[in-house]
Design a protein around this ligand. Structure first.
Ligand SMILES: Nc1ncnc2c1ncn2[C@@H]1O[C@H](COP(=O)(O)OP(=O)(O)O)[C@@H](O)[C@H]1O
Ligand SMILES: [Mg+2]
Length: 234
């Protein structure tokens, strides 16, 4: 059961939103997903308390550097994927999380401050590779991207990442009200009301493309564990 960690030392980068999109989309695809909520704001745990969701999706609240190993080992038979949502600041959990991850995903908004928070994580990854010979696959997902215009700040961030040979997902996470609404209303993009939430179809398509790219980067070797939803419905 691969562990995917979302990290950016700056708050507001879109980590928690991206965690929820990936987790709910993987569950929709039939995978059993456990979210490890290490964000002191506990947004994911609060979201989970709002409504009942697919039983394939579990949330473990109050994850810390002291508890994370135990929480993973105690739950590994029940999860195809673990997704770890880190706090939006430097935290002792960050190096530990990197050490136990199969992939680190760094959400970056197209702005300089956010890119700096992302660069902190990239530097730590490079440091661990040089000093401890620890190579953890990682990539960047651009978040809260405007669907209409490409800002100069976003282009600058993209260029910086290309210069550093950082793997950037082709699918950016677009700024969509649906991605905020799921935190207020509960449930997933598939349980929101199409009549009430604008561009819900585009939001679903965006989340799906994002999840498919992540599945390609972090494939599940023992695919027999997951039952695709389409087969369950049929
Ligand atoms: N793609 C998005 N579309 C719309 N709102 C977003 C999106 N990503 C993040 N937000 C909003 O931005 C704020 C910060 O996002 P969040 O995911 O909590 O970031 P982080 O976990 O990095 O602090 C929240 O209010 C969230 O609803
Ligand atoms: Mg967060």
């Amino acid at each position: 059961m691969p562990v995917i960690t979302f990290a950016n030392t700056k708050g507001g980068a879109g980590k928690t939103t991206a965690v929820l999109l990936l987790a709910t989309e993987l569950a929709e695809q039939g995978y059993r997903v456990t979210i490890l909520d290490a964000d002191p704001q506990q947004w994911i745990a609060r979201w989970h308390g709002l409504s009942s969701v697919d039983e394939r999706l579990k949330v473990i609240p109050y994850v810390t550097a002291d508890t994370v190993n135990r929480q993973i080992s105690q739950n590994k038979s029940r999860a195809d994927y673990f997704i770890l949502d880190l706090p939006g600041s430097q935290s002792p959990l960050l190096p530990k999380a990197i050490g136990l991850s199969d992939h680190v995903l760094i959400p970056i908004q197209g702005c300089a401050m956010d890119a700096l928070g992302g660069a902190n994580v990239l530097e730590l990854l490079r440091y661990l590779e040089e000093k401890a010979n620890l190579q953890v696959p990682h990539s960047v997902v651009l978040t809260r991207v405007n669907s209409m215009v490409t800002t100069r700040a976003l282009l600058a961030v993209k260029m910086l990442l290309a210069q550093r040979n950082v793997d950037v997902l082709n699918t950016p996470i677009i700024e969509r009200s649906a991605f905020r609404d799921i935190f207020d209303i509960g449930g997933t993009l598939y349980t929101l009301d199409e009549g009430r939430v604008s561009n819900l179809d585009k939001a679903r398509q965006n989340a799906r493309c994002f999840a498919l790219e992540m599945l390609r980067r972090v494939p599940l070797h023992d695919r027999s564990k997951a039952v695709p939803r389409s087969r369950l419905i049929a």
